[in-house]
Design a protein around this ligand. Structure first.
Ligand code: UD1
Length: 360
């Protein structure tokens, strides 16, 4: 079986690693890794390949940044000849980034089978580009690998036949399970000074939070207040750093640092007093780690992190953020449990399904 894997942006890398690993042990499987180049900075891409031990991409489409239309179109244009030449039996696409939907669309038009890893997640908020990417990709996919029951339910409601839906668990947690011991052993060299102390770990990059100067200023102000009680470490996405500069905002008391590597970030997450984020994957990682997570969004496509895990949606309300941080500091943080099948073996389940034999 000839399998193509598509990755493009940072959150794809921890998802492809366990699937490639699991397929490596299967006979008669040839794997081709295609990087669209959506993320290209060394600290957004290369370091993840090294630490997650992902083989170097066979093909790099080097599309770079652009508007949504331009980036999506560029990926499609550059991917089409690669697909025509490689003739894979199935193309696996991951998550919900522009690279996911762009390549799924090319496959569907050429009649090539698509498997969507992390299918079925819905925020029901179509102002998020990722929600559009999820909806379209799931309509096009032939095999839909879901991380949790809500995913199966959403897909069935959208008319996807049950026989295409496979609940396999959370592949991103596979990478976490494998590398957590190493991340915990990491010494502090190279990490922001004082990161072993009690800290709030912050990430922020959603266009809805960072592209509007008024909203971004309000969030930074709330974080500055948090920094009076515990140190705030904020590895900033390039988009966010640029916006802070563009809007002339200042947040000197926050430790704004460059994006961290996978192991550095995981180590810091596991030691954090609280994580404050608008990311999707971090809501899941904190749930697994049992670390309190305050999500700066009104909705989540990962509802099990709220119903079962440690996640609390605080929206963009500074008062709610402050009161939830106080709860955490008072030792009253929400306790959670780990959703089923978030056990480090999701990649193996996908490999087994692809090989036509299920271990689910
Ligand atoms: C993308 C995903 C988002 C994911 C995020 C994780 C989409 C629609 N969004 O958002 O779901 O949570 O990745 O990081 O696919 N840039 C750099 N260097 C890079 C990459 C980007 O400087 O290596 C800057 C550029 O200014 C670029 C901006 O970041 O214009 C946004 O990059 P883009 O890939 O369009 O979306 P992300 O915000 O990274």
């Amino acid at each position: 079986m000839n399998v193509f894997h598509i990755v493009g942006a940072r959150p794809n890398f921890m998802k492809v690693a366990p699937v490639m690993d699991a397929l490596k042990t299967r006979k008669h499987v040839i794997q081709t890794l295609i990087h669209t180049g959506q993320h290209y900075d060394a600290n957004m891409s290369d370091v993840f390949f090294e630490q997650l031990r992902i083989p170097a991409p066979d093909v790099n489409l080097a599309v770079g940044s652009g508007t949504h239309a331009r980036q999506t179109a560029e990926i499609m244009t550059r991917f089409e000849p690669v697909l025509l030449e490689g003739k894979p039996d199935i193309v696996l696409v991951y998550g919900d980034v522009n690279s996911t939907v762009a390549t799924a669309l090319v496959c569907a038009k050429l009649g090539v089978r698509v498997g969507h890893v992390e299918a079925g997640l819905r925020s029901f908020d179509r102002t998020m580009p990722e929600e559009i990417n999820r909806l379209v990709t799931d309509q096009l996919a032939d095999m839909l690998f879901t991380p949790s029951e809500d995913g199966d339910f959403n897909l069935q409601k959208e008319g996807i036949p049950a026989e295409r839906i496979f609940r396999v668990g959370n592949v991103m947690i596979d990478s976490l399970v494998r590398l957590l011991p190493e991340a915990r052993r990491q010494n502090q060299n190279g990490l922001p000074e004082g990161s072993a102390e009690r800290h709030a770990l912050v990430t922020l990059h959603r266009p809805g939070n960072v592209d509007d100067g008024v909203i971004l200023k309000r969030i930074l102000q709330a974080l500055l207040e948090v920094s009076q009680d515990l140190s705030v470490i904020f590895p900033a996405h390039p988009r966010t750093r640029k916006r802070i500069a563009d809007f002339g905002l200042h947040a000197d008391q926050l430790r704004i640092v460059d994006p961290l590597s996978y192991l550095e970030f995981l180590g810091m997450q596991s030691r954090a007093t609280v994580v404050i984020t608008d990311s999707g994957g971090i809501q899941e990682e904190t749930t697994y780690l049992g670390v309190p997570c305050l999500t700066l969004r009104d909705n989540t496509e990962r509802p099990v992190t709220v119903s079962l895990g440690t996640n609390v949606l605080v929206g963009r309300d500074p008062d709610k953020l402050r009161s939830e941080v106080s709860r955490v500091l008072a030792g009253k943080a929400k306790k959670g449990t780990i959703p089923s099948l978030w056990d480090g073996h999701a990649g193996e389940r996908i490999a087994a399904l692809l090989a036509g034999q299920t271990t689910c």
